[in-house]
Design a protein around this ligand. Structure first.
Ligand SMILES: [Zn+2]
Length: 150
């Protein structure tokens, strides 16, 4: 079998191959001194790199223990204090909205369905007051009445 290149051996070192490929390379390494030498060289180089990186970190940063801020606790206490008033306010708002919704059916007759119309064709040279005014009133029971004012 032909030898593996540096990249393949590095993949093997980094444990990035599957079981089958690792087995093939391991078997080859047992019989090939050249590839074993490459493997040892790369392993040594990785070790030296790791050691030089460790040298860069001279001292560990002092990270204090995490303590939750006190304000969040007091803020939570305040928010539970306001739950009841907020619930009451929301209920009152709902009642007012529902009440106005149901009262809309019982509004005074003249605001139920009044339509003001201009009869005939519109003439741009006439003022709106020169047209007869037709008032159409739709009562809550559905009856329609009209009145024309000249
Ligand atoms: Zn080889």
């Amino acid at each position: 079998m032909s030898c593996f290149n540096e990249e393949q051996i590095q993949y093997y070192l980094d444990n990035e191959y599957g079981v089958e490929k690792k087995g093939i390379i391991r078997h080859h390494l047992e019989h090939c001194p050249l590839c074993r030498k490459t493997l040892e060289y790369q392993r040594q180089r990785a070790l030296e790199l790791k050691q030089s990186l460790d040298l860069l970190v001279t001292e560990q940063a002092d990270i204090p223990d995490f303590k939750p801020p006190v304000t969040s606790l007091s803020r939570r206490k305040i928010s539970t204090q306001y739950i009841l008033p907020l619930a009451v306010a929301a209920s009152l708002l709902l009642i007012v909205l529902l009440r106005s919704f149901f009262l809309a059916d019982k509004l005074p007759f003249d605001s139920q369905g009044v339509q003001f119309m201009v009869s005939g064709e519109l003439d741009a040279n006439k003022t709106i007051t020169e047209y007869p005014l037709i008032i159409t009133i739709v009562a809550p029971d559905g009856s329609i009445s009209q009145k024309t004012i000249n």
